[in-house]
Design a protein around this ligand. Structure first.
Ligand SMILES: Cc1cc2nc3c(=O)[nH]c(=O)nc-3n(C[C@H](O)[C@H](O)[C@H](O)COP(=O)(O)O)c2cc1C
Length: 411
């Protein structure tokens, strides 16, 4: 063998000096990003992101449910130019993907919500700030992202709740989503076991952890204190706010009348976020909501709640085509997005996938998570023989079928 042939055979990869680039280059799936996040974050913080309620049955079923659907592709179509663009609430998005609200985002990475918003803006996707976010409504708006949404937990303090809505409107947020699946906190066993406080407190176990995650702790010590940036100084009775008692801030007496009141306050697009049944969805449309964000909170609230992918079609049948449906909980691959869209969703949402990316590499990590999902969606569409989201949605049952043999198809 000649030297040139040997050289061609052994193609050395360029050495990447930047550790973030090195980490991300090795991640070719959301699961890879999750594994990196598991190494970067202290155990209790990773568990806060990764964990779910009680026995985590819904968490597991959110994934399993997507695998109960399979594709029946069309062939011999020109699929050289797939177009992922969609119009939602009359505004154009580069793809049918939204970044869902997550509390305490700066605990995963000092870049926090600002890093997520910048990544979403660069990719032309909406991002929703959580009521219990760690960046102010106004600071996030200053990123210039034109498609910011605000997620509202109705608080026991009604005055503060109304002020939050007014601030989001004033700051130019496009949509408000009212989360309705947290009248009480889901019991997340991992957080309880880890004794997670928000922010993480320096206890014996934390001190031991510092040696393992020095980079994380140095970054945290150097960045501004973690706090509920939009809520001022809050406590839960005499106690410090913890992951376990945080939902005690929320108002469990919320009713449809309150939703009507929020409708009157909010001038923009309004969504209801939770495991909204067809019956409740019809009622919500009567109250004047513009969209349903179908979600089981990623399995973090009511364990044994049904996987959302199986609930899309009955919801769509109940409310017709004029109301937007966003679906989240368990989306980990572009193929999952294709299934949800073909079942009748307008937009897919992700929570943990971008948080894993954030923990793995800040804003670049979030972009990496988005790029993985969108390249998987584009490839899935090409292999299915469709070139637009409208075509994928119109293909519906012809393209996506139940994979459960001899069992009634999920509704
Ligand atoms: C760490 C974490 C914090 C969350 N915080 C909120 C929140 O503050 N408000 C809310 O409405 N949903 C919250 N969610 C739920 C997400 O908005 C979304 O519904 C869920 O993550 C989707 O499921 P997935 O993680 O499987 O993608 C949170 C989810 C996670 C993982």
């Amino acid at each position: 063998m000649r030297w040139r042939e040997i050289r061609d055979l052994v193609r050395l990869q360029p050495v990447r000096l930047d550790p973030v680039e090195r980490r991300l280059a090795r991640c070719s799936s959301i699961d890879d990003l999750r594994a990196v996040a598991g190494r970067q974050l202290p155990r209790a913080v990773f568990d806060y992101v990764d964990g779910a309620a009680d026995e985590e049955l819904t968490l597991a079923d959110n994934r399993a449910a997507f695998q109960r659907w399979q594709f029946a592709p069309r062939v011999l179509r020109d699929v050289s130019q797939p177009d992922l663009g969609v119009d939602v609430f009359g505004r154009h998005l580069s793809a049918p993907l939204g970044l869902c609200p997550t509390g305490y985002t700066r605990m995963m990475h000092p870049g926090g919500e600002l890093a997520v918003a910048r990544a979403a803006r660069r990719r032309g996707l909406p991002y929703a700030l959580s009521t219990v976010g760690t960046t102010t409504i106004e600071d996030l708006a200053a990123t210039g992202h034109p498609e910011l949404w605000f997620q509202l937990y109705a608080l026991r303090d009604r005055g503060l709740t109304r002020t939050l809505v007014a601030r989001a409107a004033e700051a130019g947020y496009q949509a408000l989503e009212v989360t309705v699946d947290t009248p009480v906190a889901g019991r997340r066993e991992r957080d309880v076991r880890n004794g997670l406080t928000i922010p993480p407190a320096l206890r014996a176990r934390t001190i031991l952890d510092i040696g393992w995650h020095l980079g994380y702790w140095l970054a945290m010590v150097r960045s501004p204190a973690l706090e509920f940036a939009n809520l001022g100084d809050l406590s839960v009775g005499e106690d410090r706010v913890t992951a376990a008692n945080m939902a005690n801030l929320f108002d469990p007496s919320l009713t449809w009348d309150d939703l009507a009141e929020v409708r009157a306050w909010w001038p923009g697009s309004l969504l209801l976020k939770g495991p909204v049944s067809p019956l409740d969805a019809r009622r919500a449309v009567e109250v004047g909501v513009d969209g349903i964000h179908l979600s089981n909170h990623g399995g973090r609230q009511l364990d044994r709640a049904a996987a959302t992918v199986d609930l899309i079609r009955p919801l769509r049948d109940a409310i017709g085509d004029d109301t937007v449906i966003v679906v989240d909980s368990g989306v980990r691959h572009g193929a999952d997005m294709a299934i949800a869209l073909a079942r009748g969703a307008d937009l897919c949402g992700i929570g943990r996938p971008y948080l894993y990316g954030l923990a793995a590499g800040g804003e670049r990590g979030v972009r990496h998570a988005i790029d993985l999902l969108l390249s998987q969606l584009a490839r899935t569409m090409q292999l299915l023989g469709v070139t637009s989201i409208a075509e994928l949605r119109a293909g519906g049952d012809e393209l996506v079928r139940s994979a459960v043999a001899d069992a009634p198809a999920p509704p």
